[in-house]
Design a protein around this ligand. Structure first.
Ligand code: F6R
Ligand code: MG
Ligand code: MG
Length: 365
């Protein structure tokens, strides 16, 4: 039996009002285009959104980075862009940076997380989708899920997880990667992944190489060379029977973690887990938020979704995120609410500085 591939490809191709949420007409179009491919290119599909990003969830048997799958996603986003433009939605086509498709959507704007695996006798997956933050936002959570025994009891008491996991970390600036075997190398790994704007966890594997998690790592700013919004990442996590249990995978999201993004992609703010009905960015264009859909994969069919954060178990973290938002918002344009200067280089700030550059003069001795 050929392996199953899960592909999650996302883009912001226009929203309303402003950068707040996607329009139902775009979601309908995307869902229809994917449905037409079920039984042909795809086995199954599901379309949703988090804030202003459309998320295409697809299963198939063609492996990762498959040209036809990426072409399909590109075509869907192009068609949605047309609708967005016809309604003058805000930022219509904003993530379609490439002029023409050439085999892979990577580097063209859309974000991609994919994984190929042999389906187990029962195979639960959790798909996380975020808005108003960057790919490194997953670092903290992946560390907690796959390396922290205070989060994941199975690391201690389940023999099938006792050997730990291997993390593939990418350096987004120098385009290089490194593998860390955990728990042996957690201190080495934390030295890097604690700087999530540059170092991001791309994959997590079992020691035998079986895939456990996959994230999107595109950074639009680095690709475009100018401010084009944050990258609003996605992540796929496999669960149960040798992987962290579903409850262990969602548990770290009870911690109100500060991430980079939010207003103008230039502010730190609390990463709030929400149900789909609340996945609309409003306050200060945010706060940064994440939804999680759970599925059982059955011969490639997606049984679900279960809207995992639509649960009172996450009410307290939402309240704490709101409190944190009040506290950090009060700092207005001051760091550390505003990102550090190095990070602001990839925003619109350099344009402001250009107008002032001639007015600076040496300080007299
Ligand atoms: C953040 C985001 C928004 C915009 C902000 C200004 O990722 O997309 O916060 O940066 O609404 O948007 P413009 O410059 O288009 O008016
Ligand atoms: Mg937008
Ligand atoms: Mg977005």
């Amino acid at each position: 039996m050929p392996k199953i591939t899960v592909s999650v490809i996302k883009a912001d191709v226009g929203s309303y009002p402003g950068h707040s949420r996607t329009h139902p007409k775009l979601l309908e179009k995307a869902a229809k285009m994917l449905k037409e491919e079920e039984g042909k290119l795809l086995i199954d599909s599901f379309v949703t959104h988090c804030g202003d990003d459309i998320e295409l969830i697809m299963t198939h048997r063609h492996g990762v980075d498959h040209e036809k799958i990426h072409q399909l996603a590109w075509n869907v986003f192009m068609e949605c862009t047309k609708i967005a433009k016809s309604m003058k939605l805000y930022g219509a086509g904003q993530d379609m940076l490439g002029n023409a498709f050439s085999g892979n959507v990577k580097g063209l704007g859309p974000g991609v997380a994919e994984m190929e695996f042999e389906e187990r006798s029962s195979d639960p997956i959790l798909i996380f989708m975020a808005d108003k933050t960057e790919p490194g936002a997953w670092n903290f959570f992946l560390y907690k899920i796959f390396a922290d025994p205070f989060n994941t009891a199975g690391l201690v008491i389940d023999p099938s997880m006792h050997d730990g996991f291997v993390f593939e970390v990418h350096d987004l600036i120098h385009k290089r990667r490194i593998m860390f075997k955990c728990p042996e190398e957690i201190y080495d790994m934390l030295a890097y992944i604690g700087a999530p704007s540059r170092y991001v966890i791309k994959h997590v594997f079992k020691p035998d190489g079986t895939i456990g998690a996959s994230t999107s790592t595109q950074r639009l700013n680095l690709m475009a060379g100018r401010y084009v919004g944050k990258d609003d990442p996605v992540m796929i996590v496999r669960s149960q029977s040798g992987f962290p249990a579903v409850g262990e995978v969602v548990e770290p999201f009870t911690i109100p973690v500060l991430v980079a993004g939010w207003m103008r992609g230039s502010h730190h703010g609390p990463f709030m887990p929400v149900g789909l009905c609340d996945a609309n960015c409003t306050r200060f264009d945010g706060p940064p938020q994440v939804i999680c859909f759970g599925f059982q994969v059955s011969d490639g069919e997606l049984i679900g979704p279960a809207d995992m954060f639509d649960d009172p178990g996450f009410d307290l973290v939402r309240t704490r995120c709101n409190e944190l938002a009040d506290i950090i918002r009060a700092q207005g344009p001051f760091e550390p609410h505003r990102l550090s200067l190095g990070e602001m280089e990839y925003t619109t700030l350099p344009n402001v500085e250009k107008t002032l550059v001639k007015r600076w003069e040496p300080i007299p001795e």
